[in-house]
Design a protein around this ligand. Structure first.
Ligand code: FES
Length: 105
């Protein structure tokens, strides 16, 4: 399945992300700048912050309490902020659109 990553300059990147892989790994594997994933996906860095397109927010599981806490530390949080390492790819998410923040710090 495909993920559409759109950076803060509106550049759009389409990437194949395997089912079961998370969207942070998918971005890093496809060399998409804007998602760093410094902790490798164990929810201790928040450098994988992204904004899930509103059309898709209902289709992914709610963030855990720990993820909510981590989202409190990102710069420019929004309603649809998520940690991309906590979003696991499924067939149902084929075509999901996530936007990347201007900066992870
Ligand atoms: Fe560190 Fe997601 S990769 S919190």
């Amino acid at each position: 399945p495909k993920v559409i990553y759109i950076d803060a300059q509106d550049n759009q990147f389409e990437a194949d992300v395997n089912v079961g892989q998370n969207l942070m790994d998918g971005a890093v594997d496809n060399m998409i700048d804007g998602i760093l994933g410094e902790c490798g996906g164990v929810m201790s860095c928040a450098t994988c912050h992204c904004y899930v397109d509103p059309a898709w927010t209902d289709k992914i599981p709610e963030p855990s309490e720990l993820e909510e806490d981590m989202l409190g530390m990102v710069i420019e949080p929004q309603e649809n902020s998520r940690l991309s390492c906590q979003i696991e790819m499924t067939e149902a998410l084929d075509g999901i659109v996530v936007r990347l923040p201007r900066s992870q710090y």
